[in-house]
Design a protein around this ligand. Structure first.
Ligand SMILES: Cc1cc2nc3c(=O)[nH]c(=O)nc-3n(C[C@H](O)[C@H](O)[C@H](O)COP(=O)(O)O)c2cc1C
Length: 430
């Protein structure tokens, strides 16, 4: 993808010397996260690329599809996983070194950040029960030459595997990944499924065995950090999260790095937290999981996780209504398809789900609060919502609300369509 953007003149090159301390992050934000290559980083010999997945169009392009069909491509891949092949020689192992993380261009993004962070890494661990690999993004704060502290969210794949292993687990941290691998890391598949089989279903993704740990990583990764999640803890944060608000400081597990492998001309990848790339990567993979669940109970046409909901908390679900209670069934299924979903609006197939005015219009003209509202108090929800009950040591509790803004079944013969005026050729009248 980098070479394609380069050929087409769509990769911005920053050739002046830049610092990992706020400067690069501010340049990326000012460029509105358009793909950028930093050629001359003051603190490191590695070049840095950013913004590779900063829009739905870029993600779709990398997967040879268009943004409207992305959800269907992802849903199809989830339903047709493909085991990757293992190769012997891989570009990501051209150089094998003892660890010195301080040589990497690890950035500080915002003044209040708890430290320098790796933000684009996808982390591979093996579930001891199933012997399958889980892949997940983890933000990683630099402690010293061979230690990082990882934010490991409870009950996600890494956390579950770590607990089964008794608190210590080998890990491979991949920096500089294909879009397919990044999407696989952002997707939660049922336990016991090798998550690179999703990457491989989207685009051929060969794996290679790591040098010092019993794990496999994509052969085309730029940089791999091999090590171990330890029982030792360290303060992690504060750090900007999806909702563009600061996440609090927590005691989190320390990772000890034993070995670094990389390409000869490796490019370090970054993404700026709280902005589009982070949010799209986080939210978009939930669209196919909601789509698949809603499709089990009614005719689902499309799903959109909105930007206004932090690309995480709000979804618009579009259905072709065929039964009186399809809207309500779709609400329940949507909450199953994405555990952190807080508000869900179900609309008919004539509503443009990407247009918030159109969705609001459906609510205004098709929805009655006393009949069409579903309220589910005290549900397990997202810790990223500052208004939730975030009692320390407990799963966040939230009130989930579904709005059935589909045309009421008993009134479906009435006029609910938005009428439009005929278009004329104005030249005739001027
Ligand atoms: C850019 C980005 C950063 C993320 N950071 C973290 C993180 O620090 N810790 C975490 O547990 N999940 C993080 N996630 C979310 C996981 O990747 C996501 O929930 C994934 O579906 C988990 O899959 P799993 O349950 O199969 O492990 C991040 C996602 C993205 C896209």
């Amino acid at each position: 993808m980098i070479s394609k953007l380069e050929r087409e003149g769509r990769l911005t090159h920053i050739r002046s010397p830049v610092s990992v301390e706020f400067e690069m992050a501010s340049i990326m934000a000012t460029l509105l996260e358009k793909p950028v290559m930093f050629e001359n980083v003051k603190e490191s010999k590695f070049r840095v690329v950013g913004g590779m997945c900063s829009s739905r169009d870029l993600i779709a392009e990398a997967l040879n599809t268009c943004k409207e069909d992305l959800i269907f491509k992802l849903a199809e891949a989830i339903n047709n996983l493909k085991s990757p092949q293992t190769v012997i020689n891989a570009p990501c192992q051209e150089v094998v070194e003892s660890p010195d993380l301080e040589k990497l261009p690890i950035m500080r993004y915002m003044p209040k950040d708890g430290g320098k962070y790796i933000t684009s890494a996808i982390c591979v661990v093996k579930d001891p029960e199933f012997e399958t690999q889980n892949v997940c993004f983890h933000r990683l704060m630099l402690i010293d030459k061979n230690h990082l502290v990882a934010r490991i969210v409870e009950n996600r794949g890494t956390d579950v595997a770590l607990k089964k292993a008794g608190g210590e687990l080998d890990i491979a941290i991949c920096i500089g990944n294909s879009t397919a691998s990044m999407l696989a890391a952002a997707t939660s598949l049922p336990m016991g499924i090798d998550e690179f089989s999703l990457a491989n279903a989207l685009e051929r993704t060969d794996l290679v065995k790591c040098k010092t740990v019993d794990l496999k990583v994509p052969a085309n990764t730029e940089i791999v950090l091999e090590g171990k999640i330890t029982r030792n803890m360290h303060a992690e944060g504060p750090f900007l999260d999806l909702t563009t608000t600061y996440d609090k400081i927590r005691e989190q597990p320390i990772i000890e790095i034993k070995c670094i492998t990389h390409r000869k001309d490796a490019i370090y990848q970054t993404l700026i937290p709280g902005m589009h790339e982070h949010r799209i990567l986080m939210g978009m993979p939930k669209e196919p999981t909601i789509f698949n669940e809603v499709s089990k109970v009614c005719n689902c046409k499309n799903v959109y996780i909105t930007q206004g909901g932090g690309n995480w908390l709000h979804a618009i679900v579009q259905i072709i209504k065929q039964q009186p209670d399809d809207g309500k069934k779709a609400i329940d299924a949507a909450f199953k398809g994405h555990g952190s979903l807080k508000h869900c609006v179900v609309v008919d197939d004539d509503i443009n789900i990407y247009d918030s005015d159109a969705v609001e219009w459906a609510l205004a003209t098709r929805f009655q609060g006393d009949k069409d509202l579903v309220v589910k108090p005290s549900q397990p929800g997202s810790s990223l919502d500052p208004s939730a009950d975030l009692t320390e040591g407990k799963k966040a509790l939230t009130c989930k609300v579904g709005f059935d803004a589909t045309i009421p079944w008993d009134k479906k013969d009435k006029s609910f369509k938005a009428e439009s005026y005929a278009k004329v050729d104005l030249k005739k009248y001027m």
